[in-house]
Every structure is written in structure tokens, then in C-alpha cells.
Design a protein around this ligand. Structure first.
Ligand code: CA
Length: 525
């Protein structure tokens, strides 16, 4: 675990001090409050410092635009259920060979089309922003890290989001699950961004049972905080089933169904832990249980669609928002996983969440729509999550005229007919300290902070990114670096860093930090 030593304290990055509970009891409320204030600032700085120091890794301008259609036409358009898992390891589903049981996902994948080169951003916020906007996060400053729970910023309100486009086309729109695109101001909340209905958490991670982070409940329905008992995955499933049952079958709906599972803290109800008595490692048992619990809720949603005879007119898309965690620095803030064996498995791909290698960005994904998407097919063409915006908008008869220039391309022909993907380039990310760009088979992974590094991989030949061939292909490296530089010159600098610097300035105006008054001070030491 990386630590920043400040005065008497070690401030853990993305973690708590191990004996925090004991300290709370030991100190006075005033001192405790002051310490917490320091701690929050220090953790923000530590997060920022860690990202800066440890991360060391042909624009499709003419996205297809559809013509607006009226709401009556939309009534014949398919329902869309877009399911997002949080930090799911690529290999951690049954159909990728895991011992973790996901029978419902396996069935949907087998009766649909698997998307084997489906790319996302390496963390929660950027991927969700890319899906909602059809644009890479470096276009609007969300490319670095996630929106911390205490941050003020959010997804720029001048972006025209997918639910806004679908709503305009006559769809009923709902988010049931995690948002993570801004929480400090109502203007960033989903009901203000095109969703007719909202239920679930707004920030990046919560306790599955208390729905809290930092002692604050993060569980809302239609902008109102609700206190409910239950395991978050089950509650989200209950609500999704209820939503489906309430829909008017003559009106199309878009359900954005986004679990906080299997993100840390690794937690599952006892009945799911009991399914994995064979797994001795506690973290992996809970992680496996949380995945199977999620799978069960997805099964309930499919059953609800079946019962209402909606399956033939419903597209289901499933993806993870980033690869499984492999580096504790990116696991989250609630649980310290630095001392456990991290349970996520990204199969053959290098590293995981937070990384620009394939393990962080090439995720488990499939699409299913009986009669429209072939069963038993695996598409190996490149697709990026930004492509889903124009693809779904066109499918829904929604206009993208109010969108900013899309990075996404319509990949419906690729998904349904295995046509060559219109996407020949993937921008993994553009950040001040690193970038990764792929054109065709070649992928550049470029760390720009000292010590710099340049890596080049031929992904089809070397999907595990083991053999850096940059020295053998200087002209390809130069071309990809030029592309990264062009994009960086036009980007919006990371809001995470901008607000991080503001926090540092505030930190410098805090009262001086001295050792705690409650401790005995040995004059000799
Ligand atoms: Ca995530």
C-alpha cells in the first residue's frame, strides 16, 4: 500500500487508517473533527499524488446521424435494457471459463452475440460518461480517475446525453443503479439529465447493506433520499422488475440498469457465501457471491420481460465498466484491499482497472435480442463504448443533432451481421501524464512523466502485451505519438486535477498540523 507520510500520520491512498475506530473513541469531538478535516484533504491530495506518480501508461468525426422521428414511430422501436457491472473481471463469468456461477449471463451470451473486442475507459466515471455522451472523456475533462465522493464537479451539462436523445424520441427513460457522473449539485443528477425515473446510488461506491459511504446514505429515488433495508443488488433487481411490470407495452423504454456489484467492498448475503464454501479465500468467496447475486437479479429481469412478452422487442446489452481490479490503488475508498489477494481475474489481459493495458479496458460484453441479433456468434471486431450512443440512438430513431461531435460510430452492422467494424482506432485515454492509442493492430502505451516510457504492441499477435516492439518500429511509434499530441492539444484538462489543486491550496490555509494533544509527549524522544 502506498502511503504519504505527513507529520505523525500515514495517510493511506484510497483507504482508511487501520485503527481509525479506536482513535474515534480516544479523542475529543473537536479534535476528531479537526483530524477528519485534515484527513479528507490529505486523502484527496494523496489520491491525486498517487495518480500523478504511479500511473506510468482517425478520429471518427462524421458519426452517423439519424433523422428525428416522432413519438408514435418510437412506439414500435425496441426497448433497451443496458446492464452495467462494476469492476467485473473479464474472466469472472461462466461463459469465459470461470468457476463463478453466472447461469443467466451465460444463457444470454449463448443466445446472443459476444463482443470480444469491446473497449471501455479504465475506470467507472469515464466509461459511464463515454456511454452517456458518445464522446471520449478527454473532450470534457473526465478522463482522469473517477469523480471522488467529495468533489464538486460532474459531467458537463452542455453535453446532450443518450437518455435525453431517447426521451426526445418518445422513450421512457430510467436509471436503476449507480450513476457516478456528479453528485455535489442537483444539476448533475440523472433526473436532470434525461432520465424520467431514478433509483439507486449517485456516487462511486457504497456499502452493499447500509448503502452508505463515509457514514452518509447514498440511496435515492427520484432525487429523494430513501432509507431501505436490503442488499443493494437485490433492491436494484426488485426495482427493475417493478419498472418493467409498470411499463405500457405500446411505449418503448430505455432501462439503464447499473449494479454497484462486484465493486469493493466485497460483500454478499450469507446465502450467496454459502454457495461458495469451496472457495477458501474470503475475498474471492464474497466477490463470487456478489457476482452470482447480480446474475440472479439479471435473471429476474429477463423473466419479467418474458412474462410480459417483451423479449422479442427488447435489446439487452451487458458490459463491465472497466476491467477487474488488479492494483489495490484503484480498488476504491471503503475497503483496504492492499493486504488481501485481489480476487478479480482478467484472463489473458495485462493488469486491470485504472490501467491502459487491455486488462483495464477490454471487458466482458455481449448483446442479445431474439430474432435480431444472432445466437452463438462471437464478434471479434473493435467496438468502443462511445459507439453505443449513435448505435442505440439510430436503432431508437432518435436524433443526435443536439449532440456535440460524436466519437462514436454506428456499429449495428458489426453487432448483428459481423460486418467489419467502422472503428479502426481506439483512444484508450489522453491524460497529461499518459496516453494510449491504437490504430489497426498497433497500440502505443506512452508514459509522459519522468521516467518516460514508450511501448508498442501488436495486439492481435500479442494480446497480453508482453513484447514491447517500440524500438523496432520507430515510424509507427512516431505516428501514434503525433496522434496523441493532436488530441491532447484539443482536450479539456482533467477536472480531477483542477479540483485537486484547489484542494491543495485550501490545505495550505489550514491551521498548522501538530501532534495530537491527547498523546503523552516524551520529551526525550
Ligand atoms: Ca468500475
Amino acid at each position: 500500500m502506498k502511503c504519504v507520510r505527513v507529520g505523525e500520520r500515514h495517510v493511506e491512498i484510497f483507504g482508511y487508517a487501520a485503527n481509525e475506530q479506536d482513535r474515534r473513541i480516544a479523542v475529543s469531538p473537536m479534535i476528531y473533527h479537526r483530524r477528519m478535516k485534515h484527513k479528507i484533504l490529505l486523502r484527496t491530495f494523496a489520491t491525486f499524488a498517487a495518480v500523478m506518480s504511479l500511473l506510468s501508461i482517425a478520429l471518427p468525426a462524421n458519426a452517423q446521424r439519424s433523422k428525428p422521428e416522432n413519438a408514435q414511430v418510437a412506439a414500435r422501436r425496441p426497448n433497451i435494457v443496458y446492464i452495467v457491472a462494476d469492476d467485473l473481471g473479464r474472466k469472472d463469468v461462466g461463459f469465459h471459463g470461470s468457476d463463478i456461477k453466472t447461469p443467466n449471463l451465460d444463457k444470454l451470451a449463448a443466445s446472443g452475440t459476444k463482443l470480444e473486442q469491446f473497449y471501455v475507459q479504465p475506470m467507472c466515471t469515464p466509461t459511464r460518461a463515454a456511454l452517456m455522451t458518445g464522446r471520449y472523456p478527454f473532450r470534457y475533462g473526465l478522463q482522469t480517475a473517477v469523480i471522488p465522493a467529495g468533489a464538486k464537479y460532474g459531467l458537463a451539462t452542455d453535453e446532450w446525453l443518450l437518455p435525453q436523445a431517447l426521451k426526445e424520441a418518445g422513450y421512457t427513460t430510467a436509471i436503476i443503479g449507480k450513476w457516478h457522473l456528479g453528485n455535489a449539485d442537483h444539476k448533475y443528477w440523472p433526473r436532470q439529465r434525461g432520465f424520467d425515473y431514478q433509483y439507486g446510488p449517485l456516487i462511486g461506491e457504497i456499502d452493499y447493506f447500509t448503502h452508505e459511504a463515509e457514514g452518509i446514505v447514498d440511496w435515492f429515488r427520484d432525487n429523494k433520499k430513501v432509507v431501505e433495508k436490503g442488499y443493494s443488488t437485490t433492491l436494484l433487481g426488485n426495482d427493475a422488475v417493478k419498472f418493467i411490470n409498470e411499463q405500457n407495452p405500446t411505449k418503448s423504454f430505455f432501462l439503464y440498469f447499473t449494479f454497484n456489484a462486484p465493486h469493493t467492498p466485497y460483500q454478499a448475503p450469507q446465502e450467496y457465501l454459502d454457495k461458495y464454501k469451496n472457495i477458501t479465500d474470503e475475498a474471492r468467496r464474497a466477490y463470487a457471491g456478489s457476482i452470482t447475486a447480480m446474475d440472479d437479479q439479471i435473471g429476474r429481469v429477463v423473466d419479467a420481460l418474458d412474462k410480459r412478452k417483451l423479449r422479442d422487442n427488447t435489446l439487452i446489452v451487458f458490459m463491465s465498466d472497466n476491467g477487474g481490479t488488479r492494483n489495490p490503488m484503484f480498488s476504491g475508498a471503503i475497503a483496504d484491499v492492499s493486504k488481501i489477494k485481489i480476487p478479480c481475474d482478467n484472463g489473458p489481459y495485462r493488469e486491470g482497472k485504472g490501467s491502459l493495458y487491455e486488462g483495464g479496458t477490454r471487458v466482458v460484453a455481449f448483446a442479445n435480442w431474439p430474432g435480431h441479433i444472432p445466437a452463438g456468434v462471437t464478434v471479434k471486431e473493435m467496438i468502443h463504448v462511445v459507439d453505443m450512443y449513435p448505435t442505440l440512438a439510430n436503432l431508437a430513431g432518435a436524433s443526435t443533432a443536439r449532440s456535440k461531435p460524436l466519437d462514436g460510430l454506428d456499429v449495428w452492422g458489426t453487432i448483428t451481421q459481423s460486418k467489419p467494424s467502422p472503428r479502426t482506432e481506439v483512444i484508450y485515454n489522453i491524460e497529461p501524464f499518459r496516453a494510449a492509442v491504437r490504430q489497426g493492430d498497433w497500440k502505443l502505451v506512452w508514459r509522459t512523466t519522468l521516467p518516460t516510457s514508450v511501448e508498442l504492441y501488436n495486439i492481435p499477435q500479442d494480446p497480453s502485451e508482453k513484447n514491447n516492439v517500440a524500438a523496432e518500429h520507430p515510424e509507427i511509434v512516431a505516428g501514434l505519438q503525433k496522434r496523441a499530441q493532436e488530441l491532447a492539444a484539443a482536450d479539456v484538462k482533467p477536472l480531477f486535477m483542477q479540483e485537486g489543486f484547489e484542494q491543495i491550496v485550501r490545505w495550505s490555509h489550514l491551521p498548522p498540523a501538530f501532534p495530537g494533544e491527547e498523546f503523552e509527549f516524551d520529551q526525550e524522544k
